[in-house]
Design a protein around this ligand. Structure first.
Ligand SMILES: [Cu+2]
Length: 123
């Protein structure tokens, strides 16, 4: 009996490991909320950026609110090379970043050391 249990546990582990490495992991993706005075979105910084992909509407002014929950030094800055933004993110504080939405495209941003990445899609 115990051999069967060991076998089942082994199989479950193998399936889990296979899923972990080869499964399709969905990237969190969200669109900004559009209101009368523009569009806005919140990105939570906690072991990465959530949502990892943010969709914005072209030509609508945007307010991106970054809220860092992760105390790791690595995430203390967020850099948008395409927009010349290099902002400090104090833990637990909302930091509002505005970027130019006039040009459609995909723009990557990252932490100060290029270890964590997020993406903005403007269209
Ligand atoms: Cu970093």
């Amino acid at each position: 009996m115990s051999q069967i249990i060991v076998l089942i546990v082994g199989l479950v582990l193998i399936v889990f490991i296979a899923w972990w490495f080869f499964g399709k992991h969905e990237v969190s993706q969200e669109s900004a909320t559009i209101s009368a005075d523009g569009q806005s979105a919140t990105v939570v910084v906690n072991g990465g950026y959530n949502p990892a992909v943010l969709k914005l509407k072209q030509g609508v002014p945007v307010k991106l609110t970054f809220n860092r929950k992760d105390p790791t030094n690595c995430l203390e800055k967020v850099v948008f090379p395409d927009f010349g933004v290099d902002a400090d993110l104090p833990v637990g504080q909302d930091v509002v970043i505005t970027i130019d939405t006039s040009k459609a495209g995909e723009y990557e941003y990252s932490c100060g050391m290029h270890m964590f990445h997020g993406k903005i899609i403007i269209k």
